[in-house]
Design a binder for this molecule. Sequence first.
Ligand code: ATP
Length: 627
Amino acid sequence: MTTTTTATAVKTGTNEADRSNNQLGLDDLVALQKLEEVKERPLSMGLIMRLLQYTKPYAKTRNWLLVTVFLRAVQLPLLGWFVGYIIKGPIEQKDFSGTVWYTGGFLVLSFLTSIVFHFRMKLAMMLGEFVVHDLREQIFAHLQKMPMRFYDHTKLGRVISRITSDTENVRMGVQDVLFVTLVQGGQMLIAAGVMLYYDAVLFSVLLVMAPVIWLITGYFRKKLSKAFRDVQESFSRITSTLAESVNGIRVTQGFVRHDENARRFKGLVEDHSQYNQRTAELSGIFLPLLELNSQFFIAILLVLGGYQILGMTYADPGEQAGEFGSLVIFFFMSGMFFFPIAIIGRMYHFSLTAMAGAERVFTLLDLKVEAMEDEDAEEVGEIVGDVTFEGVCFEYEPGVRVLEDVNFEAKQGETIALVGATGSGKSTAIKLISKFYLPTEGEVRIDGIRVEKIETGSLVRQLGIVLQQNFLFTGSVLENIRMGRPQASDAEVYAAAEALNCLDILEQLSDGLHTEVGEAGSNLSLGQRQLVCFCRAMLADPRILILDEATSSVDGITESRIQKALEILLAGRTSFVVAHRLSTIRQADRILVLDQGRVIEEGTHVELLHEGGTYAHLYKQFIHATN
Ligand SMILES: Nc1ncnc2c1ncn2[C@@H]1O[C@H](COP(=O)(O)OP(=O)(O)OP(=O)(O)O)[C@@H](O)[C@H]1O
């Protein structure tokens, strides 16, 4: 019997509204992608406040840090002032023991300043680390829950950047920018106050220098930061090309691409080297210019201050010496005033990068995670395993249908084979059953309940999914199998392998089930990897099993063992198999033949052969190919 079902697509106003509210919007993803290009962002009060929220659990550390910031801002000008005071006081009065005592006081103050500095640095780094640690954990947990649609549109490198470079930029913002700026700004204010007190006219003359320093540092900062960015970007191009070349070394050797790859790599290394040279050139101008600037500024002070002191007439020579002492204080204070300008400029630049990082991180964290279910979704108890597709349509990209009005019903315990040409929509159909995606139109129902109404965790726990790639995590065979049911004992893991009749194969591995599988399972053969995945699914004992059969060929003996294990695994469960093995197809209770996203034939192997349609044609091709 062949049934080409064409039931009307189920479209209810509520469903559509629920979906648009729940599903991760492409607009959100596009917005996130656009942010990738943004290297700097203006200061935003909203972002700053949100970042500060992350310091809340560490209020004690943060508040002590603020205390040390305040002390630092006061202590540094105080030290400068103290030196002048010693010159004006005991030195000018030729009081040697007083000089020694005051210098002792100066040393004590310096010691205290260093202790405060120690805590200022330590607490800031601790706070930065606390915030970054929490952010990283939150981003990772969030990424684990993101729907597949997110990963379809987001490159792996970008996901990694959120956790690595963006959070590092945020760290700079939290740990350095705010507190260093407060220390330096406080120091500038106090120094300005002291200078005004000692010589308001001289201070006003020097104040003209401030914008000059700001402009020079600003100009070079911009150029240098671009140069540094170019260096970083060219370096990441080198590392990613290197990773690709090492990963693809077999293809490189197979296609004799050594020379071409070497030429590309040489170009990248040369670019990187040029960017480094540019950075060196700019630093070579900037730093000496800054130094010259401060010498120039000392020269102005000497001339103006000296002119004032020498030009005045003093009734008492001690008064003149007092003026020298004030000039020394002035010297120290002016250093305290001008030195922070460049530092604050650098912090300002860091803050813009931190803002861009924070914006990307928060935009990612704000993407809806619970997009795969309705708000009133409920947990399901143990399911029976009936699966229904009713008028299901699906689009990865808006407007591009890859499934069109798909209708079928799978009863508890049935094995359904999905067959069809490449790109016909087989994998997509099983991804909808796995709830990796929700249908664009129509309904997927499990035990009669629309999947959107089922709390995802409670459903997924009862699904067994074995994909073509047979993905294994770094760890032992035993650990990989146990992933099917983390609380399972070793004995239960062995029992699952025994039940699939493949324990002997796994025990023959160098260290039995304790053998390390290597990165992505590279220490095991394809057939062994597949068996580990079967054991994992067997241990989970799911009601619904979803299997994308591997196409890669394995040797004859393993093939027959895999086939037997598969039969045991499928028994008694509702199973959907994207079938590539003839034996699996033949034994299926029903075969769905897909063509360009539609189910065009449905029936058993015998029925469909008898029908003489697409399946019969595919079958002949298959027989021909395997003979
Ligand atoms: N993540 C995706 N984003 C956009 N389009 C996709 C995505 N995955 C698959 N498609 C497209 O959807 C269509 C159906 O793909 P699907 O993987 O379901 O086919 P298939 O029948 O399983 O093919 P194969 O036998 O080659 O695995 C194809 O045109 C494919 O290009």
